[in-house]
Write a protein that binds this ligand. Structure first.
Ligand SMILES: [Mg+2]
Length: 430
């Protein structure tokens, strides 16, 4: 058996944990550069705000409906996620962190599963301030489905029986009730079934989940795929998708951003690329990898008037490395080669390619510049930045504030980093 623990409207809930005045207000969190809504409170959903709605299209609701729009505060969400995950892990023996706000947990040997799920939900609500939905089922696909039912039963009263709200254990309901519930559920609600397949299934007369569970496996495999067949087996209670406890190391690491304002000069571009290179190198060290090549790119907006420019270059490294200084130097060298004057650039990025496992070392006879092992230096740098906040120690070429304000992204409505920056912890007065 599996459980899926999922934070409700996660980014909004993180904001509300520190600003209870936002409870019951329509709230959205905006993407980078305050572009569009990437998280919505239930009240914002009820106003008809769609996922991905551009901010300028919903801005008027701030005045007419009291909408609160906030810049994304990823430092806060990442930290709150870790806290939530560590409490969720108490539900069972193994956990797979599936996304920032979702984790699967195996329930082998766990007794009183439903009661325990309620207790964990309560612990997360009290300890972290995030409301969760918990779905429980025989397979991962069923746990996902149960979670969707738990959420709908809570948000839209009447859609499902009220006793399934917040914590829904499909193993504890009678066969006949289960059939009724699955008949009420559209196939599009199933994990892994997107719009296209859901339309095709509808055309084939399979509209709800119950009908899908009754479909012939051979037909599903022939007309669609073994992947969909696996989904149907999972819905029938046959476990086909195992827990993945550690994601495989990335083959490529990218750090790219849109600028808050268009950038034309080389100076601020070098700062931006140095910063992105540093971030990418830090991610690389976290997975104990070494990069063989560095790609750097920059381009103008495809939507703005004016001359267009889009170039990229790959710079091979002398030998595979995770050394920030070497990676940034190659990225900046590449940037200087592709840079041309007179363009309003809005985005740049650094991508590390040809990533190998840093625990395996290929030795060579050093004929040229001695390769200094600076892993101890970077170990210390990463630790300091982890403890005192990102950018506490950095390469000089990333620039010194307020100079880098020229390219940093717009985040005009960001709340404080309450849990990760000592300068920004909430002050409580009594
Ligand atoms: Mg969620």
């Amino acid at each position: 058996m599996y459980a899926l623990v999922d934070g409700n409207n996660f980014y909004v809930s993180c904001e509300r944990a520190f600003r209870p005045a936002l409870n019951r207000c329509p709230v959205v969190v905006l993407s980078n550069n305050d572009g569009c809504a990437i998280a919505r409170s239930n009240e914002a959903k009820d106003l008809g705000i769609k996922m991905g709605a551009p901010y300028f299209q919903i801005k008027h609701l701030e005045i007419t409906k009291g909408l609160v729009a906030l810049s994304a505060n990823f430092a806060l969400y990442g930290d709150m996620s870790e806290r939530m995950m560590s409490l969720a892990a108490g539900l069972g023996p193994e956990q797979e962190i599936y996304s920032i706000d979702e984790s699967f947990i195996t329930l082998d040997g766990v007794r009183n599963v439903t009661r325990r799920a309620w207790a964990i939900r309560d612990r997360i609500a009290r300890g972290v301030g995030i409301p969760c939905g918990i779905g429980i089922g025989k397979t991962k696909t069923l746990a996902k489905l149960a979670n969707a039912i738990a959420k709908d039963a809570e948000r839209k009263p009447g859609s499902y029986p009220g006793h399934l709200a917040r914590v829904c254990n499909l193993e504890e309901i009678s066969r006949s009730e289960l059939q009724t519930i699955l008949e009420q559920t559209h196939v599009g609600a199933v994990w892994g079934i997107g719009k296209r397949i859901s339309n095709q299934l509808n055309e084939a007369g399979i509209a709800n989940v119950w009908q899908l569970t009754q479909a012939d496996l051979g037909t599903i495999r022939r007309r669609w795929s073994v992947v969909l067949e696996r989904t149907v087996r999972e819905l029938r209670g046959e476990s086909c998708i195992a827990l993945e406890d550690a994601p495989p190391p990335k083959k490529m690491i990218a750090c790219t951003r849109s600028f808050g304002h268009p950038v034309e000069d080389l100076g601020p571009l070098i700062e931006a690329v140095s910063e992105y290179g540093s971030r990418a190198a830090e991610k690389l060290r976290r997975q104990r990898g070494l990069a063989g090549q560095v790609q750097v790119f920059a381009h103008t907006s495809p939507f703005r008037p004016g001359p267009r420019y889009s170039r990229s270059i790959i710079v091979p490294l002398l030998r595979p490395t995770a050394d920030t200084a070497l990676i940034v130097r190659s990225a900046v060298d590449g940037l200087k080669r592709i840079y041309e004057d007179g363009y309003q650039l809005i985005k740049a990025g650094v991508i590390l390619l040809d990533i190998s496992d840093g625990t395996i070392q290929q030795c060579e006879l050093d004929m040229g510049e001695a390769s200094k092992d600076r892993s101890a230096l970077y170990g210390a740098l990463d630790k300091i930045n982890m403890r005192y906040g990102r950018g506490t120690l950095h390469l000089a070429s990333t620039g010194v504030e307020p100079v880098n304000a020229r390219w940093e992204m717009r985040q005009e409505r960001r709340t404080p980093r309450y849990t990760t920056n000592i300068e920004e912890i909430p002050v409580v007065r009594c």
